[in-house]
Design a protein around this ligand. Structure first.
Ligand code: 5GP
Length: 121
């Protein structure tokens, strides 16, 4: 059987705090939140990394951003601002190999998102 922990969440084999679902996507709260609001928005299709996104996935990837904007409006932080980010591979710290948007909100978010110590590396 293939799939990551996110496939188990899609299939309700493990619990998650789901905030949105439609036929092609699912959004739920990150188990280890890095901001007052930290959501993960994923396609139901298993795509390991951004590198694996194909031409036929263009609409699906755009859909994830539409879900982000919709949730920002519904949850009321659209005007305050928020961050949407997708990690790809080792240098970005990707740990779950099923693409996902992180949606972070609820406080001022630092930018750039790396420290001076990391810049020296
Ligand atoms: P990545 O580092 O791959 O960009 O992000 C993976 C994210 O998935 C992390 O922020 C991590 O906290 C979250 N995560 C990992 N396992 C689970 C889980 O079982 N449930 C939920 N809700 N989030 C998870």
């Amino acid at each position: 059987m293939s799939g990551t922990i996110f496939t188990k969440i899609i299939n309700r084999e493990i619990p998650a705090d789901i905030v949105f679902e439609d036929d092609i996507s699912l959004a739920f709260r990150d188990i280890n939140p890095q901001a007052p609001v930290h959501l993960l928005i994923i396609p139901k299709k298993e795509i390991a990394t951004i590198n694996d996104v194909e031409e036929g996935d263009r609409e699906l990837v755009g859909h994830l951003y539409w879900v982000a904007a919709r949730l920002a409006k519904e949850m009321g932080f659209d005007d305050d601002g928020y961050r949407v980010v997708m990690n790809c591979g080792e240098n970005a710290g990707q740990t779950v190999f099923h693409i996902h948007l992180h949606l972070l909100a609820g406080k001022p978010l630092g930018w750039p998102p790396y420290t001076d110590r990391m810049k020296q590396g």
